[in-house]
Design a protein around this ligand. Structure first.
Ligand code: PBG
Ligand code: ZN
Length: 324
C-alpha cells in the first residue's frame, strides 16, 4: 500500500547546502594567547607550531590581528617572571595577565577578553592552587585555601577589565565562591565560564611546555577528572550550573563529544576546548603530509559544534578565520 521507505541520499550539490545541519562560524571561536613577562620578542612554542608566547607590549597587536580577521574572543594565559608557593603574582594588579587585559581592552574594546583563572603558571611547585598536607597525609591541593586564592585572581582580572573569567582548577565550590567575590565588589556583569569538566588528560602536554606549568611532584589526578567517567562529568557540570556558571566547558574536546552532548542538555552555553595535544597531533601529521590540515581542522571543529558546543576554544582560530 505504502511505498517502501528507502534511504534517500541527496546527491545534488545544489541542494546539499540547504540541508546542512551544522555551520561553523567565526563567532564561535575563541583564540588562546600566551603572554610572557620574561619575553622580549615572540618565543615560538616548539610543540605547538605556529603558536608563540608574546611580550605584553605586543599583545594588543596580536589581538588586533585576530579582531581584523573576524575572531572576536581571546583567552589569555600568563607566564610570570616570578613564582612562589602562594602564587602571589597571579593576583597582582600589575601582573602579566592584568596588564595584557588592560592593553587589549584599551585598543579593542569590542574584543571579548576571557582570562584563565588558575595558579599553576604562578606557583613554584606548578600545582593549580595552594598545596599542603591533606588528611590522607599526602601533599596535595588544599581546596578551601585555594578557593580564596581563586577569588583574588578572578577579582584582579575583573578589575583589569576582563569580560569573562574562566576558572580552570576544578576545586569544589569554585563557581559559587568566585561569583560571590565578584558580586560583592560590583562585578555582577562579569561572566563565569567554568572549566566544569576538565579531564586529567595526556593531551595537555604541549600546553605545559607553552605555559611553563608542569608540576614538580605528583600529578593532577586528584582534582582533574578520570577520562573513564562520563556520568561524574555530567554531575560536575550540573553542580557548576547550579552554583551560577554562565558557560560550562568540556576539555579536551574531540575524544569527549559524548560528554559534551550530555552537558549541552543542561541548557546553558557550553564551550569545548580543543587542547594543545589535539592541535599538535593535527599539525604533526599535516607537516608529514599524512593528512590535509585545513580539511581536518574544519571537520573536527564542525563535529565539535554538531555535538553541542556553542563556542570552541582552539589554537586554529586565526587560521580558521582566514578559511571561512
Ligand atoms: C591549567 C590549564 C591547562 C590547560 C589550560 N589551563 C593544563 C593543565 O591542567 O595542565 C590546557 C590547555 C591545553 O592543553 O591547550 N589549569
Ligand atoms: Zn592550573
Amino acid at each position: 500500500m505504502f511505498p517502501e521507505r528507502r534511504m534517500r541520499r541527496v546527491r545534488s550539490r545544489t541542494i546539499q547546502p540547504l540541508l546542512c545541519e551544522t555551520t561553523l562560524s567565526k563567532n564561535d571561536l575563541v583564540a588562546p594567547l600566551f603572554v610572557d613577562e620574561t619575553a622580549k620578542a615572540p618565543v615560538a612554542i616548539e610543540s605547538m607550531p605556529g603558536q608563540s608566547r608574546y611580550p605584553v607590549d605586543m599583545i594588543a597587536a596580536v589581538a588586533g590581528d585576530l579582531y581584523e580577521r573576524g575572531c572576536r574572543a581571546v583567552l589569555l594565559f600568563g607566564i610570570p617572571a616570578f613564582k612562589d608557593e602562594a602564587a602571589t603574582s597571579a593576583y597582582d594588579s600589575e601582573g602579566i595577565v592584568q596588564q595584557a587585559v588592560r592593553r587589549v581592552k584599551a585598543a579593542y574594546p569590542k574584543m571579548v577578553v576571557i582570562t584563565d583563572v588558575c595558579a599553576c603558571e604562578y606557583t613554584s611547585h606548578g600545582h593549580c592552587g595552594i598545596v599542603g598536607s591533606t588528611r590522607c597525609g599526602d601533599k596535595d591541593l588544599l581546596n578551601d585555601e585555594s578557593l580564596l586564592l581563586m577569588n583574588r585572581i578572578a577579582l584582579s582580572h575583573a578589575e583589569a577589565g576582563a569580560d569573562i573569567v574562566a576558572p580552570s582548577c576544578m576545586l569544589d565550590g569554585m563557581v559559587a565562591s568566585i561569583r560571590g567575590a565578584l558580586d560583592k565588589e560590583g562585578y555582577e556583569d562579569v561572566l563565569i565560564m567554568s572549566y566544569s569538566t576538565k579531564f586529567s588528560s595526556a593531551l595537555y602536554g604541549p600546553f605545559r611546555e607553552a605555559a611553563a606549568s608542569g608540576f614538580s611532584f605528583g600529578d593532577r589526578t586528584t582534582y582533574q577528572m578520570n577520562p573513564a567517567n562520563g556520568r561524574e562529568a555530567y554531575l560536575e557540570s550540573q553542580l557548576d550550573y547550579e552554583e551560577g556558571a554562565d558557560i560550562l566547558m568540556v576539555k579536551p574536546a574531540g575524544p569527549y563529544l559524548d560528554v559534551l552532548a550530555d552537558i549541552a542538555t543542561l541548557g546553558i552555553p557550553v564551550a569545548a576546548y580543543q587542547v594543545s595535544g589535539e592541535y599538535a597531533m593535527i599539525k604533526a601529521a599535516a607537516e608529514r603530509g599524512w593528512i590535509k590540515e585545513k580539511e581536518t581542522v574544519l571537520e573536527t571543529l564542525t563535529c565539535i559544534k554538531r555535538a553541542g558546543a556553542d563556542l570552541i576554544i582552539t589554537y586554529f582560530a586565526r587560521d580558521v578565520c582566514g578559511w571561512l
